[in-house]
Design a protein around this ligand. Sequence first.
Ligand code: ADP
Length: 384
Amino acid sequence: MAPAVRPKTARAEDVASLQLLAALVESSNDAIISKDLDGTITSWNPAAEWIYGYTDSEIVGRSITLLAPPDRPDEILGILRRVAAGERVDHFETQRRRKDGTLLDVSLSVSPIRDADGKVIGASVIGRDFTAAKRAEEALRKAVEELRERTEQLVRSNTELQRFAYVASHDLQEPARTVASYCGLLEQRYGGQLDETAREWIGHATAGAQRMRALISDLLEYSQVEFRAEPLIAVESNAVLDVALKNLQTTIEETQAVVTRDPLPRLIADPPRLMQLFQNLIGNATKFRGELPPRVHVMAERRGHEWRFTVSDNGIGIDPRHREKIFEAFRRLHPQGYYPGTGIGLAICKRIVEQHGGRIWVEAGSGGGSAFCFSIPIRMEPQT
Ligand code: ADP
């Protein structure tokens, strides 16, 4: 008969796996505790010491209820009763009290310990301290909440500001019109009776009043971009460009501009606003022309999740130093009298593009001049 070596090997394996288990318990970052069914602690690993502050000699033999926070004295014994009935409790999030009295947020997994006959004789508890994680989560939640409140505040004050700009510019229109027309009347009726200096001054007053009217009406238009916004719908940008070109027909003829285009996409947009965008950009391309008649090219290409439109011209170009500020309201790069305008056109373009969720910027044109680019995110067509 073969020698009975098996039990010896099995014992050696048992010892090895027990040693491994003990090493794991010793080196674990989680508190691993065992207790009997009365709640008397029978083992306590080093992590339990770091987490709860008691050494094993201080706590082994004492009741686990030492760790109960004041507001839930019976919770631990309740869990023990469930485990005594053979139940497992997994990832139970609660609080425990450290030796120094501070409270910890812990996640506990409690399992029954059985004897060789399968009878429950105690419980093992694996506890993870997630106080720091919980604090971080709480801080994040607070930060998100604060951000949301601030954004709401900003939206509110922005809307109020727009309303103010709208009301102010609307109400200023009438007095500005009155000043302009009375200056005109003064010049017409009494111009002959006045000397050269007086006529010159009236001329300045008339020009100033007219400029004031133009600024007020542009401010009104700018403040209305938001209010006039329509829902975004599916639209052929080719057709929208046609309308813009029709509106610009006189300027195009007068300046002998040639406007060309590549095929333009169907996209989700606010058609009147998109039209205004094309009109402002092409209008500028003809206004800020160089020596040669304007040549304007409109194209669009798909870039990832957006359409990128480019309106390029052969005009006077823009100094790279000014490429950002030209999009601010009433920013102009030329003194009055060189080119007409108030400096609101590009600010309106920026608002329109941003309303569509896109960006606008200017680059140097490939053949001189400027290339105004704007992006419009590609959206799903609304179901009809
Ligand atoms: P406005 O045309 O009334 O001056 P905009 O806001 O449309 O106002 O333009 C702001 C400034 O940006 C212009 O005054 C001009 O200096 C510059 N600009 C705009 N478009 C062009 C262009 N196509 N080429 C060169 N400069 C331009």
